[in-house]
Design a protein around this ligand. Sequence first.
Ligand code: SAM
Length: 211
Amino acid sequence: MKSAQAFWDKTAARYAKSPISDEETYRKKLKITQRYFKPDWSVLEFGCGTGSTALIHAPHVREIIATDISGKMLEIARSKARDAGIENVEFQQGTLDSLKFEPEHFDAVLGLNILHLLEDVEGAIARVGQLLKPGGIFVSSTGLIPMMKLHWRLLIPVMQTLGFAPYVARFDKVELIAMLTAAGFTIEHEWQPDRGSVFIVARAGEFHPRA
Ligand SMILES: C[S@@+](CC[C@H](N)C(=O)[O-])C[C@H]1O[C@@H](n2cnc3c(N)ncnc32)[C@H](O)[C@@H]1O
C-alpha cells in the first residue's frame, strides 16, 4: 500500500497536467451519473485523484467526500476546490478500508479509473456495498486489462519494472459483473466506450451481504 501511495504521489503533478484522453466519453459518463443524483445526496468518491470529477458533480448533490491514497493528489484537488469556490467537497486521505465511515451512509459511491488498480477488488466492492444505503448506486469506470490491445499488455510489466506503472488487477467485464452481483448489486447501466474499459452503474440490494 505504501508503494502505491509513493507511486501516485510521484505521478500527481504530471497527472494533473495530462489532458482527458477522450472528452466526449468523459462527458457522457458525467451526464449518465448526474441523471441518478438528487440534490440531498451524500456521495463518496474513492481514488478521486486531483478531484476534477468530484468538483464537476458537486453542484448536483449535497456533499461529496472525495478520498485518495495520495496526499499530493489531494493537495492539488484542494487547491482546485479553493480556486473554484466549491465548499461541499471534503477531501480525505486514505483507502476504502482505512477511512472510517458509518455503514449505509452514502447514497452513491464513485470509483473512477481505480478498481483495476486495487489488489483486493472483491473486498473493495463488498466495502462499497456496506457503505451504501440500501438501493444506493455504485458508479464505476475501469480498465479491463485482459481486453486491452496486445502492445499495452506487453508494455505494462516493462513499465512496472521501471517504476512507471502501478500494480494492475486483471479482470474482464464478465468477472467484474460477477463480483458486483455476488456482492448484492444489480447492474442498471453498462457501457463499453472501447474493448479495454467499462462504465457501470450498479444498484445496491436492499439487504447487503456483509464482508
Ligand atoms: C488513475 S487515477 C484516477 C483518478 C480519478 N479517479 C480520475 O478518474 O481521474 C487513480 C487514483 O487512485 C488513487 N489510488 C490508488 N490506489 C488507491 C487505493 N488503494 N485507495 C485509494 N486511492 C487509490 C491514486 O492515488 C490515483 O489518484
